[in-house]
Design a binder for this molecule. Structure first.
Ligand code: HEC
Length: 175
């Protein structure tokens, strides 16, 4: 019936008008500087690591000043996550998952520590301090030697103990 059609058209018209009025205000385009601050991802190959270097000895000082209060003596944990030890425990009945025992790539430690640690002041450490604290943490489990100096060139070469422990089911491995 024509009157029904008019009613439907009127309701549709109101809906469309309402949609137009309810357009969300989406803000503005991010500036290149704002994007650069967020664009700090480091992949397993370490290709985007920033320049810098740090030794085990320097890392001990960084750790004691910025990390020990939460992660304990030598990264052994308490009150927060344990970061060291547990190597070889993953296939046991009582796996101890730590950075040392579980994480497959040392480059990921750089990404995580820069992005999130120290917990109260993320992104406050320099690149040198981050390379150093990684060198110190990995030296505790002898993943790197006591005289190691880690940098954007050497970090990706560190072989973590659980490097081959992750299995991808997609695509499914052949039976
Ligand atoms: C005020 C406490 C605090 C301080 C200081 C702190 N952390 Fe943490 N850290 C945490 C907490 C809490 C977590 C767990 C965060 C989560 O799971 O979301 C964590 C997690 C981590 C992890 C990941 C552990 C895992 O296996 O998932 C690493 C690596 C780490 N911290 C390194 C550091 C380093 C290096 C420093 C010093 C530069 C530091 N943290 C300082 C509280 C702290």
């Amino acid at each position: 019936m024509p009157s029904n059609r008019i009613l439907i058209a009127a309701v549709l018209g109101l809906c469309l008008a309402g949609t137009a009025l309810a357009q969300p205000r989406l803000g503005r385009v991010a500036t290149p500087d704002e994007i650069a601050k967020q664009d700090i991802t480091i992949g397993p190959d370490g290709a985007t690591l920033p320049p810098g270097a740090g030794s085990v000895a320097d890392g001990l000082a960084v750790y004691e000043a910025n990390c020990k209060s939460c992660h304990g003596d030598k990264g052994a944990g308490g009150p927060m996550d344990r970061l060291t030890g547990g190597i070889g425990s993953l296939t046991s009945g009582t796996p101890v998952k730590t950075v040392a025992s579980y994480w497959p790539y040392a480059t990921t430690i750089f990404d995580y520590v820069r992005r999130a640690m120290p917990y109260p002041a993320p992104q406050s450490l320099t690149s040198d301090e981050i390379y150093a604290v990684i060198a110190y943490l990995l030296s505790i489990d002898k993943i790197v030697p006591e005289d190691a100096v880690l940098s954007e060139k050497t970090l990706a070469q560190v072989r973590m103990p659980n490097r081959d422990g992750f299995i991808s089911y997609y695509p499914k491995p052949p039976r």
